[in-house]
Write a protein that binds this ligand. Structure first.
Ligand code: GDP
Length: 295
């Protein structure tokens, strides 16, 4: 993960590491390389520009030109700015409410169903919750089956109404069922499409209005780079979601989505998916991610 970005950043710091006297030209060159590295990692152009402008201000403010170890100082500044760009600190999910209702959103294939299972598993084992998974993807019978298989693996019941083509009603029934059966957590998996479409957006907006979930999570495939950010923007404009789940970070992702989403959408990344198994998820810690990027 992020290998190219890490290598490119390391190379840009070299400009400052080997020099005797550092000039503003050296700093400018380094910043230019950093910006190129970010853009190559599929970071949104505006985000990359603001980022390097901020790094420049800090570098000059902290006297990088006269510093004894300008390279190291620059690494630290970039590290702190990267962590800041990704939100600074981690943000927990909201589990208030009886039951707490979490609504999953995102395009088909983003990893919604898999993540619904992972989250149920985590909250059951680590926070003593009694979750209910809900299958609201009424268009693909295979999706209902997939959620049932996942539920079986982690021993979490799945609520489904085969044949009912009203997703809002299924969600309402599921919340009622959860109350009657002492489930303190309801995780609703919804239908995604391959691309944003009006019917899908209306449906999920209607589910939101009907059940008023504590938490709406938007799931996105980190491999899709800038598209991930654009999709996040559209879903957020429509749903005003609470957090982002970045999946497939175990793949060959360049990192752009992780770095851009927070500043474009102003919503925190809450978890990352790191594999297909039910325990392959991590809480998102911006500081740790910045550590990883800078190696
Ligand atoms: P949905 O259509 O949004 O519900 O997406 P799915 O949950 O069905 O996931 C689509 C594919 O991505 C499946 O093959 C999953 O096993 C896979 N997948 C989901 N999350 C991850 C992840 O974090 N890492 C990897 N490598 N694969 C994932």
């Amino acid at each position: 993960m992020f290998e190219n970005l890490s290598d490119r950043l390391e190379r840009s710091f070299k400009i400052l590491k080997g020099q005797g006297t550092i000039t503003e030209i050296n700093v400018a060159e380094t910043l230019k390389e950093i910006r190129k590295a970010l853009i190559e990692a599929d970071v949104n152009y505006k985000v990359a520009k603001t980022f390097t402008d901020d790094v420049k201000k800090k570098a000059l403010g902290q006297n990088v030109l006269t510093s004894l170890q300008p390279g190291q100082l620059m690494v630290k500044i970039v590290h702190d700015e990267l962590a800041q760009l990704m939100g600074g600190s981690s943000v927990d999910i909201n589990l208030k409410g009886s039951p707490a209702v979490i609504l999953m959103s995102g395009l088909q294939g983003s990893g919604k169903t898999t993540f619904s299972g992972k989250l149920a598993n985590l909250l059951k084992s680590k926070r003593g919750k009694n979750p209910l998974l809900v299958a609201c993807d009424i268009y693909r019978p295979a999706a209902i089956e997939q959620l049932k298989v996942i539920g079986g693996q982690i021993n979490v019941p799945v609520y489904a109404e085969e044949g009912n083509m009203n997703a809002v009603q299924i969600a309402q029934h599921a919340v009622k069922f959860a109350k009657q059966n002492n489930h303190d957590l309801v995780i609703i998996d919804t239908a995604g499409r391959l691309a944003i479409d009006e019917q899908m957006m209306n449906e999920i907006a209607n589910i939101k209005a009907a059940i008023q979930p504590q938490e709406i999570l938007f799931v996105v495939d980190s491999m899709t780079g800038q598209d991930a950010v654009n999709t996040a923007k559209e879903f957020n404009e429509r749903l005003n979601f609470d957090g982002v789940i970045l999946t497939k970070l175990d793949g060959d992702t360049r990192g752009g989505a992780a770095l851009s989403i927070r500043s474009v959408v102003t919503k925190p990344i809450k978890f990352v998916g790191t594999g297909e198994k039910m325990d392959a998820l991590d809480t998102f810690y911006p500081e740790r991610m910045a550590d990883r990027i800078l190696g």
